[in-house]
Design a protein around this ligand. Structure first.
Ligand code: AHR
Length: 529
């Protein structure tokens, strides 16, 4: 019979075991890379961004003549530098909902009228317009992508804007540009035919048939002015229960199949019920919609009169759910969402999705650049980079080449709700992998492996296996992480950033790497040719 002290010790040990949570076992996973299993070329235009006249994006964001941080032209030098570092390939302008009540002529020349701006309930001073934006685009080394007003605007106004920006000379609007100090045409290539015209919230909202007719006629006038334009149709953005987004997409694709080069899709996701794992699965909504629209494109292409295919432009995507009602939706401080690490993981999930669908997704624009659901946040005399800045910056710096069809063996989870946007549509999503992976390969042997470990608590030890040719280390390692998924950056401290860690050797057929919880990791090395 055990003695009394032994009994007490045994009891204490049992209670202790019950009270102290057992350490969670790390999972294991496999990532198999085969350079012969290719998807398509990653288009650099997937690393685009967006500047809308909304809140403090333009005024108080990129342009703030009263700020001590601005240059002589009124542009914020710190924002210019951070935008250059973000490697933005393409910048959409000037909206968004704003464009559907915008007269571009208000924003050029000497006379700049104050206008009541009805999309976001503010006064638009028009101090910043086409030429100021082009100056900014040049300063940050990005390609401009303009949207024309097909809400209150006419097809003639759309044509005149192209004439102003792209026509060499000898006509009213091209000479006006010269009078405004811009002798050479800008040759702006990318133009979108309106914004979210399927949305009941859009000024001048149309049905699919009326939109297609107006867009086709605008396109006719615009391309007769400049035949080198690349045009983008407004695809469906209204996914509320009473809408029929695929009807819109089908009609628009059928009607505009010989006219446009892209169909634009928009998506905003959020975590309104504080359900981290549901939220992490939301980039897969985007991938599902890509597949649906790709099917419609295939159907439309059956009898289209063109060589190439229409491509998909996710020309607005982001996390947006906090600043989405009441006064957060209007005026000078509209849409000032503050991001955390969880949001940055979702943005990396979007980027992985775009790369996995690189054969059809050929453009994407994070919405938006500064303050307004932005990658940066400013006051007149300070600026910090939000968490979502970092995945975009990292991918846009490195992730190019041919997208690979990666095989991933990772444990999965089921979501009980699959929220998108405002959480109005929910379904269940099963088999969401904890490891979300994409990879790219270059002709010179470079391979980039992008891994989001969505697990909130567990590291995942993973065998990386090369199916064709051996890995050649060393691998550079970049990691975006923070103390926990709610970690945010502020003016005072920025716990969420990209860190370059020590290289890993990673040679031969396989190597093992442990991806820490709630992290984005990029491994950059080579595969022998
Ligand atoms: O990015 C904010 C808004 O979201 C855009 O103006 C509009 O196009 C979308 O609904």
């Amino acid at each position: 019979m055990p003695s009394r002290p032994t009994l007490i010790a045994g009891l204490l040990l049992t209670v202790g075991l019950l009270l102290v949570p057992a350490p969670t076992a790390a999972q294991n996973a496999e990532i198999k890379i085969d350079i012969d299993r290719t998807i398509g070329e990653v288009d650099s235009l997937i690393y685009g961004n967006f500047v809308e006249h909304l809140g403090r994006n333009v005024y108080g964001g990129i342009y703030d003549p009263d700020s001590p941080l601005s240059n002589e032209q009124g542009f914020r030098e710190d924002v210019i530098q951070a935008t250059r570092d973000l490697n933005v390939s393409l910048m959409r302008y000037p909206g968004g909902n704003f464009v559907s009540n915008y007269d571009w002529e208000d924003g050029v020349g000497e006379e700049r009228p104050n206008r009541l701006e009805l999309a976001w309930s503010r006064i638009e001073s028009n101090e910043f317009g086409t030429n100021e934006f082009m100056e900014f685009a040049e300063a940050v080394d990005t390609e401009p992508y303009f949207a024309v007003n097909l809400g209150t605007g006419t097809i003639e106004e759309a044509q005149q804007w192209v004439e102003y920006t792209n026509y060499e000379g000898g006509t009213y609007y091209s000479e006006l540009r010269k009078e405004h100090g811009h002798e050479e045409p800008y040759d702006i290539k990318y133009w979108s035919l309106g914004n979210e015209m399927d949305g009941y919230w859009q000024i001048g909202h149309l049905n699919a048939e009326d939109y297609s007719k107006k867009a086709r006629e605008a396109a006719k006038m615009m391309t007769r002015t400049d035949p080198d334009l690349s045009l983008v149709a407004a695809g469906a953005s209204n996914f509320r229960p009473d809408a029929d987004p695929m009807h819109w997409n089908r009609i628009v694709l059928d009607e505009l199949k010989d006219v446009v080069d892209y169909i634009a899709l928009h998506i905003y996701v959020g975590d309104p019920n504080d359900n981290y794992y549901n939220f992490q699965s939301t980039p897969h909504v985007m991938e599902e919609r890509t597949e649906l629209v790709e099917g419609l494109i295939d159907i439309a292409m059956q009898d289209a009169d063109r060589e190439d295919e229409i491509k998909i432009a996710w020309d607005e995507y982001n996390v947006w759910y906090r600043a989405r009602s009441g006064s957060d939706m209007e005026g000078e401080t509209a849409l000032e969402e503050r991001y955390n690490l969880s949001d940055a993981l979702v943005i990396a999930g979007f980027l992985n999705g775009f790369i996995r669908q690189a054969d059809i997704v050929k453009m994407a624009n994070l919405a938006q650049l500064v303050n307004v659901i932005g990658t940066m946040f400013t006051t007149p005399d300070d600026m910090f980079k939000q968490t979502i800045y970092y995945p975009i910056q990292l991918y846009a710096e490195h992730a190019y080449g041919t997208s690979l069809d990666v095989h991933v063996n990772s444990e999965t989870y089921d979501t009980d709700e699959f929220f998108i946007g405002l959480g109005e549509q929910q379904t269940q999503q099963s088999d969401v992998p904890y490891l979300d992976v994409s990879a790219t390969h270059q002709d010179d042997g470079e391979v980039i492996i992008n891994v989001v470990n969505r697990h909130r608590d567990e590291a995942i030890t993973t065998d990386l296996i090369s199916q064709t040719g051996g890995f050649e280390g060393p691998f550079e390692v970049y990691e975006i992480n923070g103390p926990d998924v709610n970690a945010r950056n502020t003016f005072e401290e920025q716990p969420v950033q990209t860190e370059q860690l020590d290289d890993v050797q990673g040679g031969g057929e396989s190597f093992t790497y442990t991806f820490p919880p709630h992290s984005v990791t990029m491994l950059k090395g080579r595969i022998a040719q």
